[in-house]
Design a protein around this ligand. Structure first.
Ligand code: HEC
Length: 229
């Protein structure tokens, strides 16, 4: 039988090649299972690794070697608060601003713009007159009164009446803040309405409140005779 075995050299070569052939798999298995602080071997790079500068690192491209570039004067980053907190936050001396900022002139034009914006963005819930009886509220109330119970399985928080004394007594800056950031169940409108228009709306809300809560004292004396019996 002995002479039926292949020549020794063939046996030797087969064993050697077989051993070498499993080496890559053994190496992969070994490296995958042992921790290493080195970068993993990443055969298909795609865009996983690209040159970049981390914060506070060096970049010799610039004369000052800083990767982080100083702010260019006059540039305002997106979302960065403006210096004028009256205009951007509705705050003056740490209290809600009692007047609209200088940048927004208190004119008929401004109030008309505010009315238009209010009718677009607010009236659906608060109603055209501000009593919290907008079309969305009516629909929600009808849904809640449905014999089968609330259609959407959720409670409805009515939009607050803007003539509620609690809201009526608020400074215009606080109204501006409510439009910007929302309040409790009401979402903020900073993303949809730019600051200038938020001010026109806040001014219009004050006018709307006045329209429902004026006394004869609010009428200039020379005009009173016209309306007083
Ligand atoms: C999707 C409905 C909805 C829209 C649109 C909406 N609001 Fe409201 N608003 C509410 C609800 C609901 C409340 C009461 C929130 C609560 O009490 O949880 C409220 C409350 C308020 C209040 C009372 C804040 C306070 O101090 O109690 C003001 C002021 C107000 N909204 C102004 C506005 C203005 C101005 C707009 C338009 C830019 C607007 N809202 C758009 C639903 C809405």
């Amino acid at each position: 039988m002995r002479n039926m075995l292949p020549p020794r050299i063939v046996v030797f070569a087969t064993v050697l090649i077989g051993t070498l052939a499993i080496m890559p798999f053994a190496v992969v298995a070994w490296t995958r299972s042992s921790p290493s602080s080195g970068r993993p071997i990443h055969i298909v790079q795609d865009m996983d690794y690209q040159p970049r500068f981390d914060t506070q690192t060096v970049n010799p491209l610039f004369a000052d070697d800083r990767a982080m570039r100083p702010q260019i004067p006059g540039v305002v980053a997106v979302g960065q608060s403006m210096d004028d907190v009256h205009f951007s936050e509705g705050v003056v001396d740490d209290a809600w601003a009692a007047a609209i900022p200088e940048m927004v002139p208190l004119t008929m034009e401004t109030l008309k713009r505010g009315r238009e914006r209010y009718n677009i963005f607010c009236s659906a819930c608060h109603g055209y007159s501000g009593y919290g009886d907008g079309i969305v509220n009516q629909r929600a109330m009808a849904a809640m009164a449905n014999a089968d119970g609330p259609i959407y399985g959720t409670a409805w928080v009515q939009a607050k009446s803007l003539h509620d004394p609690e809201v009526r007594d608020q400074a215009v800056g606080q109204i501006y803040n409510t439009i910007t950031h929302g309040i409790r169940n009401m979402a903020g409108y900073a993303a949809q309405i730019p600051p200038y228009d938020r001010w026109t709306i806040a001014a219009y809300v004050k006018a709307l409140q006045k329209s429902q809560d004026a006394t004869i004292q609010d009428v200039p004396p020379q005009e009173r005779a016209r309306i007083e019996p």
